[in-house]
Design a protein around this ligand. Structure first.
Ligand code: SF4
Ligand code: SF4
Length: 176
């Protein structure tokens, strides 16, 4: 992708996030209504839109999740990563992590220190499980993470697009 095309795509992704911010209340109300739908319907709607949007969005044009938020690091993640850096897990924790209010290990600071300039991940093959599953819109039992998904509309343009699209088509479908 050349610089001009990249700039256009970047601007478009930024616009989706701005749109999510502007429609925060509407999206919250929609998510609340969505919770009344069957678990199966919720999964089907999200999975279909997830597949469609990730045909169009390339995460390497974005990198916003890695720039602005932190994944949770499980003990398994810490083990794999410290092995890569030939460190002891305790050293890795001291160097990169802190404990958050939920008692989970998260990055000390953002952007993630493993995010490269071209938005690639330096530790891609051993990245935390949370990174490989983000933004979680293709997982089973989406009903369990609808509040998180709503928050993610402000971080991830793909999630912003999915929720906006589902909200816009809702009257034509069976959402109340
Ligand atoms: S580990 Fe890699 S995928 Fe995860 S936040 Fe850091 S740069 Fe992004
Ligand atoms: S998962 Fe979302 S926020 Fe992260 S890089 Fe891809 S589109 Fe951007």
């Amino acid at each position: 992708m050349n610089f001009t095309t990249f700039a256009i795509v970047e601007e478009k992704l930024k616009q989706i996030l701005e749109n999510s911010k502007a429609n925060e209340k509407e999206n919250a109300a929609f998510i609340k209504r969505l919770k009344k739908q069957s678990k199966r319907d919720i999964d089907q709607s999200f999975h279909k839109e997830h597949d469609a949007i990730f045909q169009k969005i390339d995460c390497l044009d974005c990198g916003n999740c890695c720039s602005t938020t932190s994944p949770i690091f499980t003990q398994q993640d810490i083990k794999r990563l410290s092995k890569l850096f030939k460190m002891k897990p305790a050293q890795f924790i001291a160097e990169y992590l802190r404990v958050d209010l939920d008692d989970d290990y998260v990055l000390k600071s953002t952007p993630c220190p493993f995010l490269l300039e071209d938005n690639k991940c330096f530790v891609y093959d051993v990245r935390p499980q949370a990174c490989s599953e983000y933004p979680h819109t293709n997982r089973k039992n989406m009903y369990q993470i609808l509040d998180l998904t709503q928050k993610n509309t402000l971080v991830c343009p793909a999630v912003g697009h999915i929720v906006e699209h589902l909200r816009n088509i809702a009257p034509k479908k069976k959402y109340p």
